[in-house]
Design a protein. Sequence first.
Length: 340
Amino acid sequence: MNGAILTRALRDPQSTGTLDSKGWTALLAIARAEQLIGTLAHRLDGLPMPEAARRVLSDARASHEQGRIVALWEAEMARRALAPTGIPVVLLKGTAFAAAGLSPSPGRQIGDLDILVPRDRIEEAEAAILAAGWEWVKPDPYDDAYYRQWMHELPPLIHRERDRMIDVHHTILPLTAKIRPDAEGMLADSVALGAGNAPGDLRILNPNDMLCHAAAHLFADGDLAGGLRNLWDIHCLIEEFGTSGLEARAAHHGLSSAVARAGRQANHHYGTEIPESWRVWDSLDPLYARRLLARDGWGRQTRKLTRLGFYVRSHAIRMPPAMLARHLWTKYRKGYRPVG
């Protein structure tokens, strides 16, 4: 049993009617491990199920609602901190979905607050955030220099009183990556939340840029850990907004390959409607599908060699080989070891 039991339940909630106790245990364990337990609870709400499963999913819905309220309050705190500067603040990922009431939001677990600000005003944004009570998570000088010189965001910050993290981005992929999306264009074409359009208003990416960001995050940056949740975001956004203009926007950002692969994988796992031109798999798609489903019936990670391969790939696409070797050697000497 693997992650396919979860993708099948999300795609066709009625399919859970055939599950036995072992199947329900696997479904709930994998959903929790993939941070999709709240989404699953939303999808299965009102369907017949064992009482034990009903209690688990009821708790997940309550936890999600609490997390949603906390995330929106944290976004408001960031807005207040940055409003005096007039810097445009674009919400990203889960908080953006929740603030705009978009289709990926019901049940979605929200972690850190992610925002996008102009790169030429990043120091001003940093000063305002620090003055409002956030402080550095990683005070190590090497990590600090690495983030500032090469990454797409400031080093992570956490609020000293609320214990909530914020990631302040100035683009969506590391500066060392071969792909260089147009962050200024994303900011310029972003959409204000609510009726206002004042400099202090919170904003979200337009739908096509939102999809480009989700695809970049999943297929052009990381090692696909937690990939089924990110892929569900992509499925929901395509189902809500369609793909009109998406290919052209993806090409503008240099993300054509990532967006098309995101569409293929969403179609394969969740039945997402995608353009015919995206449907033909390439030689790597089966490996991506294998990586995305790498869980056993207890929610534990499996397929260690596949995961290791994607871990190495995630670093290789972030920076040139010589830089990568220096970075990994430095981290090794400092005692960092990847979780196996």
